[in-house]
Design a protein around this ligand. Sequence first.
Ligand code: GLY
Length: 348
Amino acid sequence: MTTVTVEASKKYNVLIGAGLLEKAGELAAKVITPCTAAVVTDDTVDALYFETLRKSLEKTGYTVVKFTIPHGEMSKNTENYVAILNFLAESHLTRSDVIFALGGGVVGDLAGFASASFLRGVRLVQIPTTLLSAVDSSVGGKTAINLDSGKNLAGAFYQPDLVVCDTNCLETLPKEQISNGMAEVIKYGFIRDGEFLDILQQGSPDWENVIARCVSIKRDIVNADEFDTGERQLLNFGHTLAHAVEKCSNYEIYHGAAVAVGMVMISRACAKKGICGEEILNRVIELNKLYGLPAAAEFTAEELFNAVLSDKKRSGGKINLVVPEKMGKCVLMSLDMASAKELLALGV
Ligand code: GLY
């Protein structure tokens, strides 16, 4: 087992290893005295992993209640958020109790926002079951739901008390979900770790090492800028256009696939502008291909830019774009909307 410790406004461990779900109760009990555990999950994960978690929690003395949402991004909505809050109230959850988010990014974000807001804050354990949530959304405290006008538009920074990542859960993931997570893995290499890109290029990743490397990069960034006012925005490499691609596809294109396309587009735009060399663009395309990710989406620059306008990374009349400078290094570029539109159009 590998332990990565995050020291943000809350200090907590991210535990990564094979077979941890069966031990989730005893691992959680080290930081949260057994109490009522409200497990939030989706229908797919419920069938696969809830029983293992329930047994482990009950064996350690927790009383378990469960709320299940339908799987998929469309579930990350206000209706499910309010339904979870009502469920927590009906289950008489108190501030001494705990919410377990068992699932991927949708469950983690939704349960995380419910934890942040129910009774003004209830403890939270993230149990990511997808590669994407293991390397990104379960760590760092960003929680959110989507509104009709855009993705993640309502949410809170709310750090978990513990993250338990069982790498065995990746075994039941469909291939496209591994690809989905690999987009975020590749992202870490481009923003901070050129050597990691060479390792990824060899294929057949060792999950515990890959997840620990990504989480360690994220830990360093979150420790330095928990509330996303500067350095943390680097984690959005490829994401401005990715959120636009997702929105234009009515969320039918997975987040990871959209990030893959977003990284290609911004790298192409930057290569054309001379901000980075062509080798960055070629490397993004090569790695995407190796891990089954797309390099293009069928939306026009106009459609994508209209979607970018509702992105929360806009601030006043400006937008912060994450641009690659060299292999393993991205920087932030603040542009007015006209210049951003011109740059992004070069990438489409
Ligand atoms: N997923 C980007 C962040 O946590 O900041």
